[in-house]
Design a protein around this ligand. Sequence first.
Ligand code: PMT
Length: 399
Amino acid sequence: MVLKNAHILLGVTGGIAAYKSVELLRLLKKAGANVHVAMTRAALEFVGKTTFEVLSENPVLTDLWKGPQSSVTHIDIATSVDAALVAPATANFIGKLASGIADDALLTTLLAVTSPVMICPSMNTDMYQNIRVQRNLDILEQDGIHIIDPDAGVLACKTVGTGRLPEPWFILDRLCAVLTPKDLLGKKVLITAGPTLEAIDPVRYVSNHSSGKMGYAIARAAEKRGAIVTLVSGPVSLDPPVEVEFIPVQSCDEMARAVFSHLDLADIIIKVAAVADYKPVAPGVLKIKKRQNSKELSISMTENMDILKQVGKLKTKDQFLVGFAAETNDLEQHALLKMEKKNLDMIAANLVGTADSGFKTDTNKVTLFLKDGSSKDIPLMDKEKVAHILLDTIIEQTG
Ligand code: PMT
């Protein structure tokens, strides 16, 4: 969301990972950013300028003296960008940036940038670990430059170690984090997401259709807004969000243990998980075999703990508690009842069983009901956007 219509300077320096910058540019454009690319002479040895020109739909800055641009173009770019990102950043570039050297178009432009600057070092492991490179990175960090640590893996020089440029989606995610206003800075947010799995026997279970998308979107949004996020998640196929404490669980009992061990420190608790209300009384130790003489099988179920209700009983006046209500009918009536019974500050009610809202979908249609009797309709939109509106509302309520 923060990248829509944002002006970004993408610097490319001369490393083998320069090819990944093409994908990074594509993702930036897809997110709606207006991108100006600046390449060093060495970068041009790895990837052609035309590729960046076509994809960015802007002239590429390579030289302060040649080309169609006037000599002040680099200053125009520097003063107009919302952020500058250099990926990959070589040892040579890092050294020069740390010393304030401005002997090419990219370095000169960066010296005039006053908005956030993020660099992604990428090089051979020994070079990366070299004390001079590390010293330069320390200087840049102290100067307020955002540094994305390289990944470990097989490098172009065939060695295995730290130095790979992280994947473009990850760099984009971190750039979004840098650009997002920190209105939840330092707040501790505890979120549950996904389904729970209640074992019938070692190979079968009772569960539901929750994909985790809604809860994970809230965790990602809160982290980007500066919160310290703990995500307790039932089994889903999503990657854990970046920079979030992640606690994978299976059953309601495990989820409850994780929630209660983190509850005291939490400022905001958001329970998005679809917890099974019932679990088998006595899960089989061995696989239940198919019966020869009967076409029916009954499994006795017993009630699970209502984690949210317990949290509602324990919460302090300084903690803000949000529940979700997944309903197939009478949304408002059921949601308001749950809010009262579970002592919630807010409940997010969504219809499930519809095509584009609720379980598994990328979009959701939610109504937020507040303790003071007010409500807010969030029309159908991406779960990412729903997450931000939900957090906006919590911030409004908590001051
Ligand atoms: O994961 P997705 O595919 O993105 O789908 C999102 C969602 C539909 C799962 C989500 O938006 C949602 O509605 N989550 C709540 C699902 C649910 O279990 O609702 P409920 O009405 O049964 O429960 C009400 C609240 O009590 C929930 O906050 C739930 O976490 C909590 N609860 C319920 C039972 C229980 N034993 N313990 C609980 O804490």
